[in-house]
Design a protein around this ligand. Structure first.
Ligand SMILES: Cc1cc2nc3c(=O)[nH]c(=O)nc-3n(C[C@H](O)[C@H](O)[C@H](O)COP(=O)(O)O)c2cc1C
Length: 202
């Protein structure tokens, strides 16, 4: 099924991958191929990171293994489970707090976010969709997968082919049609002093 288009209304031209990516909650049950799975993680793998530390780690559960998929879905908050459980692929992004030499890495969350962003754009390029959720039970993720203490649980996300929004429960079909929005460029890009809009962003 084709995904509902919700292109970003941009003030300047951006790449189509950026313009068209959004976070739907409707997923088709169609499995994601092994080659597409490998491709999205390859994109994450090549993200930039502080000192090339690559702190990101991922745990994946697919609907090919019902018990594993159920266990992953159980880690999402109940409201997020409404859309995450039907998705064929559920993923948790984790991040190592320490660099390989044992020193603290203050950039590890930043780096792992960048890796997930890169994964999301690769998914978009493959015609797949991603929906991230901070609304997960991190203690449950930790217990389910034996996550060590020096690793943080960052986020869960669903990956799959676009599905039918009308099949979603409760208010969710309507939310799929809500317009997307962002703060104006002038509110986020400064020059000279914090809060002073950069000339090109006016
Ligand atoms: C760190 C992070 C946490 C999020 N947590 C949730 C969540 O718990 N539940 C949810 O439905 N969406 C969640 N989202 C999705 C955002 O609501 C969504 O990305 C945002 O509204 C922008 O919409 P867009 O991705 O369609 O452009 C999260 C996204 C990010 C990046």
């Amino acid at each position: 099924m084709a995904r509902q288009p919700k292109p970003a209304i941009t003030s300047s031209a951006v790449h189509d991958l950026i313009r068209h990516r959004w976070s739907p909650r409707a997923f088709a049950p169609t499995p994601v191929s092994a080659s597409d799975l490998a491709s999205v993680f390859e994109a994450a793998r090549w993200a930039a990171s502080s000192n090339n530390g690559q702190p990101w780690r991922f745990i994946v559960a697919t609907s090919a293994d019902t018990a594993a998929h159920d266990a992953a879905a159980d880690c999402f908050n109940p409201r997020n489970q409404r859309w995450a459980r039907p998705a064929p692929v559920l993923i948790f992004a984790l991040t190592r707090k320490l660099a390989d030499n044992g020193s603290a890495n203050m950039h590890h969350w930043y780096d792992t976010g960048a890796a997930v962003a890169q994964l999301s754009l690769q998914a978009e390029a493959l015609g797949l969709v991603v929906h991230q959720a901070a609304g997960i039970d991190r203690d449950r993720v930790r217990a389910t997968y034996g996550v060590p203490d020096d690793v943080d649980v960052v986020i869960g996300f669903a990956l799959g082919h676009p599905g039918d929004p009308e099949a979603l429960p409760e208010e969710l079909p309507g939310r799929e049609k809500e317009p997307r929005g962002r703060k104006p460029l002038g509110d986020i890009v400064f020059a000279g002093k914090f809060g002073e809009t950069a000339p090109f962003a006016k």
